[in-house]
Ligand binder design. Sequence first.
Ligand code: HEC
Length: 132
Amino acid sequence: VRPANHPPKDAVRRAALAALALGALAVAVGLPACVDDGTPRGLYRRHCARCHGLDGTGNARAVGTQPGLDLTRSELAERGDVAAIRRRIVAGEGTMPGFGEKLTPEQIDALVALSLELAGAAPPATGSAEAR
Ligand code: HEC
């Protein structure tokens, strides 16, 4: 009886594993908004979205009084002022904290590129490899 019993057991185990994998995938796809998954978007969600909004258009409650929160209309990005954007992210300004201590230069590069992308501006010539 035993040998004949083996294949079905394996099939059941395989089906269970497949179900587990699917479940894990569903969890990964449905990540909550605040999760930093290590991508530039993940970094943004973790460090920037609470003020600049998930889609970059600015925290809905604050953007009315602080239109500068809307990164899709960033003046710096429209001017293509990569250095100023980088400085802003590294050092902060006003109520925006600086991230120079928290993030690596590569992560900051990725966020500079993402800031440009949100505004529909061209990516910087260098340091944007991981942004896309
Ligand atoms: C605590 C709120 C807050 C957080 C967190 C924050 N910012 Fe800001 N950010 C601001 C404010 C406020 C301004 C200035 C708006 C203004 O000048 O009117 C600003 C301005 C900017 C600008 C300049 C836009 C322009 O053209 O003037 C960029 C770029 C920017 N932020 C990117 C980021 C990125 C990237 C992150 C995450 C690493 C981040 N910010 C996190 C509040 C925040």
